[in-house]
Ligand binder design. Structure first.
Ligand SMILES: [Zn+2]
Length: 205
């Protein structure tokens, strides 16, 4: 028995730290770091807890703390999620997220829960809410996939409009040019100001 026990513990020792039962990892996202699924996560599953020291707004020193990882539970209690061990702080905002925050003020806890089936490799997102959006995202422009897509579409539409205007202007210019009597002799091709016949256009080496 002693042998198998030590065998079991040596197996535990050689297992890499990533093979835990966690279904996420911190990784590179478009805007910096993000949290990514490493396993399929079913809709409705609790993924991770958003945690950190609980701040009491009635204590002035605690009420004065300010960072972008504060998660307000209610009028009095706020979680300071800026601590290192709170990996949930890496989860980025999305306007069309695959997870949500499950806020439990009485327990003073917040869980991030899947609202869609999430595939391995997918970035995990939740909607940070209107206050955060107005304070931090609106001024710089939201970089979430949904907003990027919208911007891309708008840019493409603007490009198409410009192309249309350009084509119309060119058509008009051509028409005006065709009517102009000064253009009658301008049928020959010109190179550097000299009229060249097509036959002589070949290179003579
Ligand atoms: Zn967005």
């Amino acid at each position: 028995m002693g042998l198998s026990a030590s065998f079991a513990s040596s197996i535990l020792l050689i297992m890499p730290a990533t093979s835990s039962n966690k279904s996420y990892r911190v990784g590179r996202s478009k805007t910096g770091l993000g949290l990514f699924a490493t396993k399929p996560i079913k809709k409705g599953t609790r993924i991770i807890r958003y945690h950190g020291p609980i701040l009491d707004s009635r204590i002035p020193e605690q009420d004065d703390i300010e960072n972008k990882y504060l998660f307000e539970l209610n009028g009095r209690w706020t979680i300071d999620g800026s601590v290192r061990k709170n990996l949930a702080r890496y989860i980025n905002h999305s306007c069309r997220p695959n997870a949500e925050s499950d806020v439990r003020p009485r327990e003073r806890k917040v869980f991030i829960r899947a609202i869609k089936n999430i595939e391995p490799g997918d970035e995990i997102n939740y909607d940070y809410g209107t206050d955060y959006f107005k304070a931090y995202l609106k001024p710089i422009g939201c970089k979430c996939e949904s907003c990027e897509k919208k911007r891309k579409k708008l840019r493409a539409e603007a490009r198409a409009d410009r192309a249309k205007v350009k084509a119309r202007t060119e058509r008009k210019a051509k028409k005006a040019g065709a009517k102009s009597p000064n253009n009658k002799g301008a049928k020959k091709k010109k190179l550097n100001g000299y009229a060249v016949a097509k036959r002589n256009g070949r290179a003579r080496a």
